[in-house]
Design a protein around this ligand. Structure first.
Ligand code: NAP
Length: 546
């Protein structure tokens, strides 16, 4: 038992255990301690930063501007931290979250390098017993799962993979020492945001790169750079206003377009002239990155409106690809844009103009199995030295179902979620009292940047805890009836969008047998805030206190 462990153990019994030291977990720990809760955090990695600790593949950078993808809770922090680029790369983000851990003196309360394997609710005490893979147990009144919405890699289970003699790596579990591609034949499987970021970098040094694409993605230029002189200073001078707009007047928690904060567009794409519509799309194209999330709101629910943007992007992309046959494979034409997460890229399409890059359409010629020297599709065999899996995540629920969580009467969370993901506000599940999820399934987290979203959820939770204290209650559990109300609200919100038109991770479609029901609240942040604040002002109706 090491010294840190002794120190942390000496502080038992805990008011709260936070699981996960990513953006949400670090903030949760800070937020709880600042309000006087005796809280500690357990993290599987050897360092903090969550996503930015585990995903360290070359090319990874954030696709929301760094000045926006950062904490807003402390003005000194946001004034003193200096970003070096418009969109920070992984090492800088990892440094930022380490800085936060140091600056707010969180490290003494963080236990690294142990994975939470199980958690049981004890009915008699109304507390959680949390176990780690080191055989430790910890006890707390509240258990706060900040385990990440995109943290559990989807299982990679190609037939024959065990026989493959080369090097393998998953983008979300990249080796710290890196991988040298020089003179190597490399394969990348998967062309979501991770694949789209790693592919151009690999192509620069590999002898040959073969990209295996199943579903083509819509991707737009990121346009990373060192921003124009004075831009960061200008944001900092007006940070309060930027943050207000990000939180309350934006789609996804970011507002920068061409270095200015812009208002939400509220008109229909079909209510304006083609000239006006194209001018707006050009403006977003010029800005780059995720600026396209702030266009006409009906692109999310009306196929004709959506087609206007999809067609704009298809035309822009086609001009960048030399071979029309390759362009036909790379450009999506059978699902609405934005219904898979828009990817932001740097030289992605130009990469396929290189002589050392081959694109394989595995929708047309599926992968059959790996072989000792590569893989076999239904058409031919490919050989390579290194296989990179950019195959994505068991999103939203994956990290939680990998822990043996037992609620009332020993019920497993996996049983509660066997047919569909059932949560209340994406923050709790009925029958699992005093356990809370941050950016959890059933929340709008994927549609709103998590670094800001955790502030909303933690503020709501500690208000609930204060309410419980004043009522002399120690245990909170959403009722099954109220949970059903939330699931139906999730259904309603999903039904008015086009998200179900393509089987992405947003709707559980990337994992065989996974239901998309209740996985994400597609109503978005603003209706979500209305729901949770109405519930709070109604004395947390729908939540049973004891
Ligand atoms: P993803 O979007 O789920 O993409 C996974 C890719 O792997 C898809 O192209 C998928 O094809 C393919 N794939 C999976 N299993 C396969 C199989 N058995 N055979 C062939 N292809 C297979 O995962 P991701 O790229 O890791 O991104 C996930 C999310 O993380 C993003 O949507 C984004 O929210 C976030 N992210 C953000 C950034 C950033 O820039 N900040 C970077 C990386 C990730 P199918 O679609 O056909 O299944």
């Amino acid at each position: 038992m090491n010294h840190t462990n002794e120190f942390v153990r000496s502080k038992q019994p805990y008011d709260a255990i936070v699981v996960g030291a990513g953006a949400s977990g670090l903030y949760a720990l800070y937020h709880l301690q600042k309000r006087g809760y005796n809280a500690m955090l357990i993290e599987a990695g050897d360092g903090v930063a969550g996503t930015w600790y585990w995903n360290r593949y070359p090319g990874l950078r954030v696709d929301v501007e760094s000045v926006e993808y950062s904490y807003a809770f402390d003005d000194d922090l946001q004034q003193e931290w200096e970003w070096s680029e418009r969109y920070a790369a992984q090492p800088e983000l990892e440094r930022y979250f380490n800085h936060v851990a140091d600056r707010f003196d969180l490290r003494p309360s963080i236990l690294l390098s142990r994975r939470v394997t199980a958690a049981q609710f004890d009915e008699a005490s109304g507390r959680w017993n949390v176990e780690t893979d080191r055989g430790e147990t910890f006890d707390a009144q509240y258990c706060i799962m900040a385990t990440g919405l995109l943290s559990a890699p989807k299982d990679v289970n190609f037939p024959g993979l065990d026989e493959f003699k080369g090097v393998t790596a998953h983008t979300a579990r990249w080796p710290e020492e890196g991988i040298d591609f020089a003179g190597k034949k490399v394969a990348v499987i998967g062309t979501g945001s991770s694949g789209i970021q790693v592919i151009p970098i690999v192509a620069e040094t590999a002898e040959h790169l073969t990209v295996f694409q199943r579903t083509p993605a819509f991707a737009v230029p990121l346009r990373n750079c060192v921003p124009p002189e004075g831009y960061f200073e200008e944001v900092k001078a007006n940070y309060a206003e930027w943050r207000r707009r990000e939180k309350y007047a934006s789609f996804g928690g970011w507002v920068a377009v061409n270095y200015k904060p812009v208002d939400l567009t509220t008109t229909s794409a079909l209510a304006v002239s083609e000239e006006e519509r194209l001018a707006l799309y050009e403006d977003r194209w010029e800005s780059g990155g995720l600026a396209f999330y702030n266009v006409y709101p009906d692109i999310f629910g009306d196929r004709a409106a959506n087609d206007t943007l999809a067609e704009f992007l298809r035309e822009k992309t086609r001009t960048r690809i030399d071979d029309p046959a390759i362009a036909d494979i790379l450009i999506p034409n059978d699902y609405p844009v934005m219904m898979r997460r828009l990817s932001a890229e740097t030289n992605y399409y130009e990469t396929f103009n290189r002589d050392n890059v081959t694109l394989v359409d595995v929708r047309a010629t599926p992968i059959q199995s790996f072989t000792p020297i590569g893989l076999q599709t239904t058409e031919q065999e490919y050989d390579f030295d290194i296989a990179i899996f950019a195959t994505g995540f068991d999103a939203m629920s994956g990290a939680l179902v990998r822990i043996d969580i037992r609620g009332r009467d020993g019920q497993a969370l996996t049983d509660h979620w066997s047919d569909e993901i059932r949560t209340t506000f994406g923050m709790m599940a009925s029958g699992f009292p005093n356990m809370f999820y941050i950016s959890g399934p059933g929340s709008p987290a994927p549609l709103f940047q998590p670094v800001l979203f955790c502030e909303d959820q933690m503020t709501w939770l500690t208000s609930l805890f204060s309410h419980m204290k004043t009522q002399g209650k120690t245990v909170v559990d959403p009722t099954p009836e109220f949970e059903e109300t939330w699931i139906q609200e999730c259904d309603r919100a999903l039904d008015v969008t086009l998200f179900n038109e393509t089987p992405s991770w947003y709707v559980g479609g990337n994992i065989e047998g996974k239901s998309g029901r209740g996985l994400i609240y597609f109503g978005g942040i603003h209706p979500y805030r209305e729901w949770i604040s109405k519930c709070a002002s109604n004395d947390y109706a729908g939540f049973a206190l004891q």
